[in-house]
Design a protein around this ligand. Sequence first.
Ligand SMILES: [Zn+2]
Length: 320
Amino acid sequence: MNVKKRTTPIKLLQTEALLQRLNPPTHPKRPIIEKDLKKRKAGYQGEKTVDYHLSFLTDKKYMIFNDLRLPLAPDYFQIDSLLVTPCYSLPIEIKNIAGTLTIDPEFNQLSQNYKGVETGYPDPIAQATRQKLFLQKWFFNNKLPCPPIEFLVAFSNPATILKMAPGHKRIPPYDKMIHAQNIVSEISKLNTGFTREVTDLKKIKRLLLNQHQPAYPTILSTYQLTEADIIKGVQCERCSHTMIRKIGMWLCTNCSHLSRTAHLKAIEDYFLLIEPTITNQKLRDFLQLSSAKTAAEILKFLKLTRTGSTKGTHYIKNFP
Ligand SMILES: [Zn+2]
């Protein structure tokens, strides 16, 4: 049972919005941002591949939580997918890396050979082991009896070749690195090893969902950009040219396209690129709109959470 569904990662949405509004469009950082967008899309695709395999676990005893970000002072930890059963819990780390991957337990590193180019990555087993410890600590901090915690590292690209470095055998914990299509059979194996029901599933579910804190990465600072590197205004849905407000509509001065709703995408871009709250003044500045009354009407229509009053009112966007 999928308890917490996966949505498009905010960082992927932010990267798309950034490319759409990069000023000038030929900005020198564009190639690196485009490369990152490709990587983020592949990562999301990999996560969806794992979701597909996990969707075969239809028994009610399984609870699946995707994209969890849980507090663990002084920071947070993230889990790509967490399977909770009455007998054990299983965090799954998802990797979408193409080519031939060689794992070296001596140096705790993973090297990728893709089209003749060698790239190093941190050992995913070390990463997953750390996550397991974080999860144990999270159970302890929440005064929950800690169930046995196993872990898996799932490689989502079926064409990826997994190898151990010469002289090393695939012994535990390296047997936890698997192809995504083998997830269900690995889970069946675990089911035979853990048969004692130990956990209060209802309480775990409530705490996991309540404590999940969505991330809000600041994408401009990721690329050392500022608001000056962003094109403001409402963009035409047809040609991306900036639109102006005319008789209650948005008019494209390039292709004459008329729209009643083109500002919605612009406001979404503001929340993704600038900050997750907005005021009437900031909305007018971003949409290049002179009327405070129109801005107020737009904000009212959006049904956002409000804090403060009159001029200081902030409207808050909640990301999943
Ligand atoms: Zn246009």
